[in-house]
Every structure is written in structure tokens, then in C-alpha cells.
Design a protein around this ligand. Structure first.
Ligand SMILES: Nc1ncnc2c1ncn2[C@@H]1O[C@H](COP(=O)(O)OP(=O)(O)OP(=O)(O)O)[C@@H](O)[C@H]1O
Ligand SMILES: [Mg+2]
Length: 308
């Protein structure tokens, strides 16, 4: 397991009577794309603002790079943020926008850094177009360039695909994957699990301020994959029958009495029929299929179980 570079312990934010984030606990490893999924008002922006140093927690702790930030706020400088609004100046070009920020940061070698950033996010350095005439996708990529100013170790993107058309979404997704390939750790929030699943390596589900579940990519795939779950007395007796008589090749023996079949062109009743004909009693057979969105809605209490 790689080293955790972000750790939050019991992190809480209280706004008067409203608990926006309640005792969040998790770790993020270097190089991970950590997806934070939650519906409107779940507390995503509040949590990201605390991790990015834009908002003080009411209680709890944040450790960045193995140091408690309460001891030294300088660690927040290693975080690049795009939260809610990049603060772009509409009457300036992309280059001018970045240059103003570079000046305020006191960066050396501004021109080179800015041109590299513009290239990285796919914007033309010589383009004099004012940002007010940019497409949403271009603005968002420029917002990411702003967040990357000063070469942070971690990039925090709050709903970066919100309001983008499919092409804009695809551009931002490609950029995220490309940045991650260079070793960048990324935290990204969304209210669409399907979209997040195209980039994230780990997922935290945030619901009404609480982190209710954390899944690796593999765990989530397992929860959402399409399969037939077959329960019999002895799986090893059932396998040759399924292989020979139904030509089932994609399966996994989960336990002595459970087989998962992934050849989903096969119907449940076909499996039951051949097994019973061969003297094997079938205790249960269940088609397991749910989309990522169904899973998310189910976990956040918005939809009933979708098992057939
Ligand atoms: N500054 C604030 N003062 C009072 N309440 C706030 C403040 N900021 C957020 N909240 C409340 O905290 C809760 C979480 O808000 P937050 O913006 O973090 O959610 P979110 O998951 O980012 O939602 P969205 O998907 O709409 O962006 C909401 O109920 C919101 O109204
Ligand atoms: Mg938000």
C-alpha cells in the first residue's frame, strides 16, 4: 500500500444548526484519484474546502504529507484547488489570467511555467481571446491550469464536469488521467458515479455530511457487475455440468456452495434446469445487476433494491 499523503480524522464542519460534514475519516494515497460522490448538499464542497485550506474545520484533524496542518498551514500550499469558481477575469486572455496569478504568487520563470501549463491543458498560448468568449470546457481547463499553478502535489477539483457538454467532459477526463499518469494525486467530486467511475481509483460516498462508504475501484466493480449468483450444496459438482452442458466459461467459485456466472446470455432457468436434471439441488439463483447510479442511489436511500 502506498503512502497516505492525506489523512482526515473525525473532520467536522458545523454551520450553526447545520452539520455539513460529520466526523469524516479517510486516507488518500499518493497517486490516487480519489472520487468523492454525493448528492446536492451532501457536504462535498465543504469537505474539499477544509482539505484545501479554504475553510477551518469545527473539529477533527487534517494531516497532509504526514504532518498535522494545525501545526503548520504551509502544507496547504502543496494543494492546487478548483472549487466552485476559478476566479477568472473575463476581460483578460488565458495567458494574462495565469500571469496575474503567477505574479501574485511571486513565481520565478513565469512565462515558461505558464506556457507549459497552457500546453498541458490544451489551450493555445498565443490565443488572445478573452476568457469571457471561451466555451465552458475551455474555461474549466483554464481553471485546472490555475489550480496547477506553482506545481502542487495534489489537485482538488470540485465537480469539474458540471455544466460541460460531452466533448468538454471528455476533454476534462482526459486531462485528469494524463495528470495522474505524471504521478499527481487528484481528489475529484461529482454527483454522477458513472462519470467518476471513468477516472477514480477509489470512491468515498458522502451522504448528509457522513462518509458512508469507501470502495476501491475493484470493490465497486464487484458490487455493480452483472452476474448470476448460484447457490448449491457443492459448487465443485455443479461446475463441470455448467461447463459441459451450457458451455459456461466465465464463472468464479466464491465459496464451497456459491458460484458466480458471468456469461449473462444464459438465463437463470437454464442453469436451474441442467443442475436439477443432474441431481444437484439449487438453493437459490439470483441475477445481480445494477448500474453504478442505481447502486449509489440505493446506498443514499433514494431507490429500492434492484435485484430481479
Ligand atoms: N457557508 C455556509 N453557511 C451555512 N451553511 C452552509 C454553508 N456552506 C454550506 N452550507 C450547508 O452545508 C451543507 C453542505 O453544503 P456543500 O456545499 O458542502 O454541499 P455539496 O455536496 O457541495 O452540494 P452541491 O452538490 O450542491 O455543490 C448544505 O446543507 C449547505 O446548505
Ligand atoms: Mg458543492
Amino acid at each position: 500500500m502506498s503512502q497516505a499523503i492525506i489523512e482526515v480524522n473525525q473532520l467536522t464542519k458545523q454551520f450553526k444548526a447545520k452539520t455539513a460534514v460529520h466526523k469524516a475519516d479517510f486516507k488518500i494515497a499518493k497517486g490516487e484519484i480519489f472520487g468523492l460522490i454525493g448528492q446536492n448538499g451532501a457536504g462535498k464542497s465543504t469537505l474539499l474546502k477544509m482539505i484545501g485550506g479554504l475553510m477551518y474545520p469545527s473539529s477533527g484533524e487534517i494531516h497532509l504529507f504526514n504532518h498535522a496542518v494545525s501545526d503548520n498551514h504551509a502544507y496547504f500550499e502543496r494543494m492546487g484547488l478548483l472549487i466552485e469558481d476559478a476566479g477568472l477575469l473575463p476581460h483578460y486572455s488565458a495567458y494574462e489570467n495565469l500571469d496575474l496569478i503567477a505574479i501574485s504568487y511571486g513565481l520565478k520563470g513565469r512565462k515558461k511555467h505558464i506556457n507549459e501549463l497552457l500546453k498541458l491543458v490544451g489551450l493555445d498560448e498565443s490565443n488572445k481571446t478573452k476568457v469571457k468568449n471561451y466555451s465552458m470546457g475551455m474555461k474549466q481547463r483554464l481553471g485546472i491550469a490555475v489550480a496547477l499553478m506553482g506545481s502542487p502535489d495534489v489537485l482538488i477539483l470540485d465537480e469539474p464536469i458540471n455544466g460541460l457538454d460531452p466533448q468538454g467532459i471528455s476533454e476534462v477526463r482526459k486531462l485528469i488521467l494524463q495528470l495522474n499518469k505524471t504521478g499527481m494525486t487528484i481528489i475529484i467530486s461529482s454527483h454522477i458515479l458513472e462519470e467518476l467511475s471513468k477516472v477514480a481509483t477509489k470512491y468515498a460516498i458522502l451522504h448528509e455530511g457522513e462518509v458512508i462508504e469507501i470502495n476501491s475501484k475493484e470493490e465497486l466493480q464487484l458490487k455493480c457487475e452483472e452476474r448470476i449468483e448460484v447457490e448449491v450444496d457443492e459448487a465443485r459438482m455443479a461446475i463441470p455440468i455448467l461447463e459441459e452442458q451450457l458451455n459456461i466459461k466465465n464463472y468464479k467459485v466464491i465459496s464451497d456452495g456459491t458460484v458466480y456466472v458471468y456469461d449473462t446470455h444464459i438465463e437463470n432457468h437454464q442453469i436451474t434446469k441442467v443442475l436439477v436434471e443432474n441431481g444437484i439441488s439449487v438453493h437459490s439463483i439470483l441475477k445481480h445487476k445494477q448500474s453504478l447510479e442505481q447502486y449509489f442511489l440505493k446506498r443514499t436511500g433514494s431507490e429500492v433494491d434492484s435485484h430481479d
